[in-house]
Design a protein around this ligand. Structure first.
Ligand code: 9MG
Length: 279
């Protein structure tokens, strides 16, 4: 049986014939991701980063205007729109599919008007108005699990059974989206590595990738690039976590993950080519 994720202008088979993993490159447009203030400079920087990722073989570009690192403060709607929208308009016709990482319904609406192919919501479309904002579009919807919020999530993550609880949360959110009339073929799940989880929780979830796909019967996105779960095992600081991150991406893909969200596009693309050739 073939199953396909509807991804705006694209379709990604995730089970059966033609199914293969896709690399999503991270395009952060937060002030700490470019050298100096100024909208023009940040736009130029974002475009050249997008071009580099395209050269390296990226299939999806995920644009984010708010840092989701543990402890990060929220940004205002105005700031997020000012950061994300010019970049979205600049890159949307460069070839790859475009995703916008946001939990704000108004950003979702503007991104949909601009033709985005996926809304990537770390908050699982829980904000009032989020489901309504995306209901009538054709973009894919990534539903991520997070315990607490980015400011507090790493203070004391706690679960009785992390896999069962993440699975139950994702099921509840999937049901909420389906109940609003959203087509199941638009949905994708994500365990949310590092979002309110200890290193042990993260690896328990990584090992349960195929279980989550089977239980939810949906394609899965895995984002562990350069995260502390990679640092904990390798003992490496964030700027030396490329190889460990590629290893983690392969572990997720080997269990059926459809999309890997990464910083190091060229290295992950090569690793996946070799991995797929060996299947
Ligand atoms: C925005 N962002 C940061 N980490 C992420 C992850 O693991 N998954 C998704 N979907 N988005 C993420």
């Amino acid at each position: 049986m073939q199953s396909t994720l509807q991804f705006g202008r694209f379709n990604y088979p995730w089970r059966g014939q033609g199914a293969r993993a896709r690399v999503m490159g991270i395009l952060n447009v937060t002030p700490d991701s470019f050298s100096d203030g100024g909208n023009y400079q940040s736009l130029e920087f974002a475009i050249s980063h997008a071009e580099e990722m395209i050269e390296a073989g990226v299939e999806i570009i995920d644009i984010g205007g708010e840092s989701t690192r543990p402890g990060s403060p929220p940004v205002s709607l105005e700031d997020e729109l000012q950061r994300v929208m010019p970049v979205l308009y600049a890159v949307r016709d460069m070839g790859p599919a475009i995703s916008v990482d946001t939990y704000k319904p108004q950003v979702m609406r503007e991104a949909i008007i601009a033709g985005v192919d996926m809304i990537n919501d770390i908050n699982g479309f829980r904000a009032p108005g989020a489901i309504e904002a995306v209901r009538d579009a054709d973009c894919a919807l990534c539903i991520m699990h997070m315990q607490s919020d980015p400011q507090h999530m790493q203070l004391a993550p706690a679960y009785t059974d992390v896999v069962a609880e993440v699975s139950a949360f994702l099921r509840e959110r999937v049901e909420a989206l389906l109940a609003a009339g959203i087509d199941r073929r638009r949905l994708c799940i994500d365990p949310g590595f590092g979002f309110g989880k200890t290193v042990e929780h993260n690896y328990t979830l990584l090992k349960a990738t195929s279980r989550l796909i089977d239980e939810l019967d949906l394609p899965l996105l895995a984002g562990l690039s350069r995260k502390s779960m990679v640092g904990a095992v390798t003992g490496k600081p964030v700027e030396q976590r490329m190889a460990g991150s590629v290893g983690g991406a392969l572990a997720a893909v080997a269990q059926g993950a459809l999309i890997v969200r990464v910083h190091d596009v060229a290295e992950t693309v090569d690793a996946l080519k070799v991995w797929h050739a060996a299947q």
